[in-house]
Design a protein around this ligand. Structure first.
Ligand code: SIN
Ligand code: FE2
Length: 216
């Protein structure tokens, strides 16, 4: 007699849900790494605390920090990548190996082998915080994808087309979900609806998003 050990598993893992040509939602992909990610996150934010940056359009409701050799910074004059945290005058914390590994594996699973990010933007959404529709276009090379990891409270992610006026689809992103977009979707407009209040068992009243990019 043979026993099929896998017959009772409901779904194939990893789950891969195409959301546009070049864009894939990997539900639960970061789940197995959650403890390592959360520990590494705490070390980063001890060195480079979350802050609300200003943009030419006003102050962001999302608080941000970075790790990696390039950090995304913004002030009233515009956006740029900078190796130095303007708040401390020191380099951004190094990108932890658990972050690099997760980003590389998620990108490869989505069809983008060889992803080597040099920037990880870390966004903190507290209830009510949102991110308006935008393109990620401050990077030098659009050949590399964007890998976006969700932790904590669920959010509604908006994903549109290459024009701001294109219709957006809405996706509920939960703790551990990863969205990867590249190729024909690399410059797709996207955003996050105002975060609903809640209390996540591991993360409390917040959502953390890690966005990995090849900036330089
Ligand atoms: C971003 O577009 O930079 C953040 C997306 C997200 O928080 O899911
Ligand atoms: Fe973005």
């Amino acid at each position: 007699m043979t026993i099929d050990l896998f017959a009772s598993l409901p779904d194939a893992w990893p789950s891969r849900e195409p959301i546009a040509e070049g864009a894939v939602l990997l539900r639960g992909f970061a789940g197995p790494a959650e403890a390592e990610l959360i520990a590494a996150l705490r070390e980063i934010t001890d060195q480079a605390p979350f802050r609300h940056m200003s943009t030419p359009g006003g102050q962001m409701s999302v608080a941000m920090t970075n790790c990696g050799s390039a950090g995304w910074v913004s002030d009233r004059s515009g956006y740029r990548y900078d190796g130095t945290d303007p708040q401390s005058g020191k380099p951004w914390p190094a990108m932890p190996s658990a972050f690099q590994k997760l980003a590389r594996e998620a990108a490869a699973t989505a069809g983008f082998a060889g992803f080597a990010p040099d920037a990880c933007l870390i966004n903190r959404y507290q209830p009510g915080a949102r991110m308006s529709l935008h393109q990620d276009r401050d990077e030098n090379d659009f050949g590399a994808p964007i890998v976006s990891v969700s932790l904590g409270l669920p959010a509604t992610f908006l994903f549109g087309g290459l024009k701001r006026s294109d219709k957006t689809q809405r996706y509920r992103l939960e703790h551990g979900d990863i969205v990867v977009w590249g190729g024909p979707a690399r410059l797709a407009f996207h955003g996050v609806a105002p975060l609903a209040d809640g209390d996540h068992a591991l993360m409390g009243r917040q959502r953390i998003n890690l966005t990995f990019r090849k900036a330089r």
